[in-house]
Design a protein around this ligand. Structure first.
Ligand SMILES: [Zn+2]
Length: 290
């Protein structure tokens, strides 16, 4: 290589490295704006007109751009399994509640696949690549903002976190950390509100669903006691939001049964809401009952 070429090359290298530094300075801001907008694209969020929030963290099917599948090294109770059709179920329940009451719940549905991000966990065990963090933050921002709106307008309300389980395919499990995450509800209305005739689980049992723990007994929650979302947003933390995790059996989420399950769940929530939630009864009382 001739000396002048080398000089030219070194000069170019200088320009290149200065350009890279400028790019590095400019990129994070741009990237942040970009990923935050992208993160919201993989969520379905409704602002509600009823003090009920429905969430579905594990039904999504979409990849997260730039994120590799999680491996779960050192993560307790690691799982990447999809809670099939819980996203459709949450949406169907929300629509049916809207039809029944004339007002609609808040809705937060993750469309990203649990393989890449599990939002029902503390951030430390939820994702393994930085590309997934904006999606984690966006999901929890939506839940936190929904909770804030419910508190501001109604003074409190209900969060139902919808999941799927395959251990007992015809069963619906209740998870409240044995009453902790619904502390405010139970304090105000007693255990009736959690397992009585007009509770969501009491209603489902009356319709013939197998519900655990049995609403008529005093058995404790054992198998699915409620995860990060219920424990983070629940009323035991003074949030005024009573959080219940529902683990719905595979058969009840099958395509052929999905609308029936959604119908019955919406009907059960309506009975509960009319009895125990600070809804504007005057606004919905005149609606014809389906
Ligand atoms: Zn789940």
């Amino acid at each position: 290589m001739r000396r002048t070429d080398r000089n030219k090359q070194e000069n170019n290298r200088g320009i290149l490295s200065r350009t890279l530094i400028l790019l590095a300075l400019a990129f994070p801001l741009h990237a942040l704006a970009q990923t935050s907008a992208d993160a919201n694209k993989l969520l379905s969020v409704w602002a509600g007109t009823l003090p009920i929030i429905l969430s579905a963290p594990h039904g999504g099917r979409e990849p997260i751009p730039g994120a590799a599948a999680r491996r779960g090294v050192g993560v307790a109770q690691f799982s990447t399994g999809r809670d099939s059709n819980t996203d459709e179920l949450a949406e169907a329940v929300a629509l049916k509640l809207g039809e029944r009451l004339g007002v609609k719940p808040f809705l937060v549905i993750a469309r990203f696949d649990r393989k890449f991000l599990d939002v029902n966990r503390p951030a430390a065990g939820a994702f393994e690549t930085a590309a997934a963090k904006p999606f984690y933050d966006a999901y929890h921002r939506a839940l936190a903002e929904s909770s804030e709106q419910v508190r501001a307008r109604w003074g409190g309300g209900l969060l139902l976190d919808l999941h799927g389980q395959g251990a007992e395919v015809e069963t619906i499990y209740r998870g409240t950390d044995n009453g902790e995450t619904v502390a405010a509800l139970v304090q105000r209305h007693g255990k009736e509100a959690l397992s009585g005739a007009k509770s969501i689980f009491g209603q489902l049992a009356a319709k013939g669903y197998h519900v655990l723990p049995d609403p008529s007994g005093s058995e404790r929650e054992r198998r699915y006691v409620g995860g990060y979302t219920a424990r983070t947003y629940g009323s035991h933390r003074g949030t005024k939001i009573d959080a219940i995790q529902m683990e719905i059996g595979t058969n009840l989420r099958a395509k052929a049964n999905l609308q029936r399950t959604a119908h019955d769940l919406a009907a059960a929530i309506e009975i509960f809401a009319r009895e125990f939630l600070p809804i504007d009864k005057a606004a919905i009382a005149d609606l014809p009952r389906p």
